[in-house]
Design a protein around this ligand. Structure first.
Ligand SMILES: [Fe+2]
Ligand SMILES: [Fe+2]
Length: 222
């Protein structure tokens, strides 16, 4: 591996580490929001457990980062999310669940599941573990979504339906940044996707899973 390649892999894994840490903070905030919106402590607890999973993913990533270079700093500030489409807080909360859990976790899980099959043997346990957890988070996402949607008025639900395609699109787009790699084969050995693979997996997940599930709930007519 050249120094340039090492630097590239280090930057990608450091980015993955930071995004796991950020996702832990975002999940913890979502746990409080969902619990106060629904009064359902078990949903809040499950989301807090998901936040712990994300922190653990960050630690697993650190072990890989250390093989390549220095460990990134943990940011003290809460990560931002794309602005909600709806001005109605109840609808905006469903949007966040749709973006982060239902779409984001499903794509992450499928992508990591695929990467686990092509990466170096020593990275497989880490990548499989994260893939399985993200899949559980996506399933939790549907439970949270159904609970929140069940509490919307017909007018709020109708408004949500108008935003669903854009929110799912933002979920897909959130995977596009920083995925270009001049060495796709090397990146795959290190458990990292390139843009083409990410696009293809994201499209399939939406077409075969997220879209039909939303369709069955009458939330997305395609
Ligand atoms: Fe994660
Ligand atoms: Fe997750």
């Amino acid at each position: 591996m050249t120094p340039e390649q090492r630097e590239h892999l280090h930057a990608r894994w450091a980015g993955r580490t930071r995004s796991e840490w950020a996702s832990s903070q975002v999940m913890a905030r979502l746990a409080d929001e969902v619990q106060s919106a629904t009064g359902d402590a078990s949903l809040g607890d499950d989301l807090r457990r998901a936040a712990d999973d994300e922190a653990h993913h960050g630690d697993l990533c650190v072990a890989v980062v250390q093989q390549l270079g220095p460990v990134p700093e943990r940011s003290g500030t809460l990560p931002g999310l794309p602005p909600a489409r709806s001005a109605d807080p109840a609808v905006a909360l469903v949007e966040r669940v749709l973006f982060l859990l239902v779409t984001g976790e499903a794509i992450a899980s499928a992508l990591l599941g695929q990467l686990a099959q092509t990466c170096r043997d020593d990275l497989q346990p880490t990548i499989f573990r994260i893939a399985v957890d993200e899949s559980r988070h996506a399933q939790l996402g549907w439970r949270v979504l159904d609970t929140l949607v069940g509490r919307l008025s017909p007018a709020q639900r109708a408004e949500l339906v108008t935003h669903v395609p854009a929110v799912v699109g933002m979920g897909v787009a959130s995977f596009r940044s920083q995925l270009t790699t001049p060495w796709p084969e090397l990146a795959q050995q290190w458990g990292l996707a390139d843009q083409g693979m990410t696009e293809a997996v994201a499209r399939k997940v939406i077409a075969t899973y997220v879209g039909p599930e939303l369709g069955q709930r009458g939330l997305w007519q395609r």
